[in-house]
Design a protein around this ligand. Structure first.
Ligand SMILES: C=C(O[C@@H]1C=C(C(=O)O)C=C[C@H]1O)C(=O)O
Length: 188
């Protein structure tokens, strides 16, 4: 078990015993998540936020960066056959978003996956997973996005991993909304 900071101690490098087999499968499934979701049904990607921001102190460990340093943030939500299923929050240092990771700014509704898995210079860290808590920045983003439709934090499972390219990190955190599990169970 790896603990990082008071903010992030809920991220675990191995599955919690409370996760079901299906949840463990999706939380630690390697490769492009969008490809996996497309096996289940028709995926639609909606961009929710794309903007510069300060690195949240609770997420600084993910980039091995300095709290409040400038980042470029992208948040999206993916629906499967019309059901909101996965919400993702991705970020990289702002200067990297003008350099090595500039592709991230040009994606619009194409998934990040399009630029991550075919480049041999890019490596991916291990996965970390958790059940969200209200103070997790990922949950705060989900609340901003979903408003009163946002499920309670404890019903949302999330994972994150870091893509590295020439020492420049790009963090991708993905949160599975509660309705996802029924969609996935029905269509596999
Ligand atoms: C990284 C991937 O791309 C997906 C698409 C994202 C985006 O476009 O912002 C973010 C996270 C992913 O769920 C993937 O499919 O593995």
């Amino acid at each position: 078990m790896e603990l990082f900071s008071p903010y992030t101690s809920d991220w675990l490098a191995s599955p919690s015993p409370s996760f079901s087999q299906q949840q463990k499968y999706w939380l630690f499934r390697p490769g492009a998540l969008t490809a996996g979701l497309r096996e289940i049904g028709q995926v639609q990607l909606q961009v929710v936020r794309e903007q510069p921001q300060g690195l949240h102190p609770g997420e600084a460990w993910m980039l091995q960066g300095t709290p409040h340093s400038p980042i470029w943030l992208r948040e999206i939500i993916m629906s499967i056959d019309g059901t909101k299923s996965v919400f993702a929050r991705s970020f990289t240092p702002l200067n990297a978003s003008h350099g090595l990771w500039q592709g991230m700014r040009r994606l619009r509704t194409r998934p990040l996956a399009d630029m991550l898995y075919h480049d041999t210079q890019i490596t991916r860290s291990r996965f970390f997973a958790c059940r969200l808590r209200e103070q997790n920045p990922l949950y705060r983003s989900a609340r901003r996005m979903l408003g009163n439709d946002c499920p309670p934090a404890h019903r949302m499972l999330a994972r994150c991993s870091v893509f590295w390219r020439q020492q420049q990190p790009l963090l991708v955190a993905e949160c599975f909304l509660p309705d996802f599990w029924a969609v996935a169970a029905k269509n596999r």
